[in-house]
Ligand binder design. Structure first.
Ligand code: AHG
Ligand code: MN
Ligand code: MN
Ligand code: MN
Length: 334
């Protein structure tokens, strides 16, 4: 009838209702989607609503909190508590876990980074939200200190030229949804997301300002990227918002690294609400999510068991071809 309107919009709710038999999971994703719409609105109005700048506090990993970090956190906490399906919440912005009052408690435990890349807010560069979901065992924080194998759902929302939600049910496909602001709904726009089959673009993505702190194999790998593989040098791209850097890596190909180094022996990114959820997305899209050499071996990020809610982990995530360049450098180093 019309080219302008989809009369049968494939919404997020429709996808979730079709792909889980668990009504509480439908409620949870609906509440998460509400918080992403609120955050997107606040990010979009940051200039006019005077939301740039610092909130004045420092969080548990030493980051200066921005006003929008605090607001986004409150939006997520409110949406999740009132969903009635959560019992324990862990946020980058809260030192301690939040135990949901019994009258509102349900079976899900959710860890989240409410606003990722918040150093980019004040200059309007892409930011995001990252989340992972576990099921209650004893209702304590231990329910979240588990490896990625126990995570039932993980994903991110990217606030940029478009607002895009990407998530996966553990063991399932990776699916992408774009917010259609004209109807306020996330629409299923990317089906069964996979790394480009041919490896995609040769891109390396890292904060190269840390070069002097890196171990030799990481320095060597970045030198290989710059001098070229098969005569073709890599392109450098680094947004400095993990969500944006991972989203680009998934869509275009390449490798994103934030390794352990002499200054940060466990890396910078947080295991529970940055490392593990992104690792599940990357692996289920056909990529590799490695710690690099860490704690005596080269392991998967998804198999780490966090020993504290704000613990950190090193990250090497990307397509097999490009992560392979880094593995070769580890092999050469012996
Ligand atoms: P957050 O803004 O949630 O604290 O996360 C910051 C993280 C991540 O988004 C980004 O990839 C990385 O820190 C950037 O770190 P550098 O500024 O050290 O490059
Ligand atoms: Mn932070
Ligand atoms: Mn972050
Ligand atoms: Mn954050």
């Amino acid at each position: 009838m019309s080219d302008m309107f989809d009369l049968d919009a494939p919404t997020l709710s429709r996808y979730v209702m079709k792909n889980t038999k668990d009504p509480e999971l439908v409620i949870l994703l609906n509440s998460l989607a509400t918080s992403f719409k609120l955050i997107a609105s606040a990010v979009g109005r940051a200039g006019v609503a005077k939301l740039y700048g610092l909130a004045g506090e420092v969080n548990s990993t030493g980051d200066d909190q921005k006003k929008l970090d605090v607001m986004s956190n409150d939006m997520m906490i409110n949406a999740l508590i009132h969903s009635g399906v959560c019992c324990v919440l862990v946020s980058e912005e809260n030192e301690d876990p939040i135990i949901v009052p019994a009258d509102k408690a349900g079976k899900f435990c959710v860890a989240f980074d409410p606003l990722d890349g918040s150093s980019n807010i004040d200059c309007n560069v892409s930011v995001g939200t990252i989340f992972s979901v576990y099921e209650r065992k004893d209702g304590s924080v231990n329910d979240l200190l588990r490896s990625g194998a126990d995570c039932i759902c993980a994903g991110y929302c990217c606030y940029s030229s478009a607002v895009e939600l990407v998530f996966t049910f553990n063991g399932g496909t990776v699916e992408g949804f774009c917010l259609d602001p004209t109807i306020g709904e996330f629409i299923h726009t990317r089906i069964d997301m996979k790394f480009p089959a041919d490896g995609g673009k040769r891109i390396y993505s890292c904060n190269e300002g840390n070069y002097i702190h890196w171990d030799k194999p990481i320095q060597d790998a970045v030198s290989v990227f710059k001098s070229g593989v098969d005569g073709e040098p890599y392109t450098a791209r680094y947004v400095g918002s993990m969500v944006a850097d991972i989203h680009r890596t998934l869509l275009y190909g390449g490798v994103y690294i934030y390794p352990a180094d002499k200054k940060s022996p466990k890396g910078k990114l947080r295991c529970l609400y940055e490392g593990i959820p992104m690792a599940l997305i990357i692996e289920q899209a056909g990529g590799i999510a490695s710690t690099g050499y860490f704690q005596g071996k080269i392991g998967r990020v998804a198999e780490l068991v966090p020993d504290a809610i704000h613990c950190k982990c090193p990250i090497i995530m990307g397509g097999p071809r490009d992560v392979g360049v880094i593995y070769d450098c580890y092999k050469k180093a012996g």
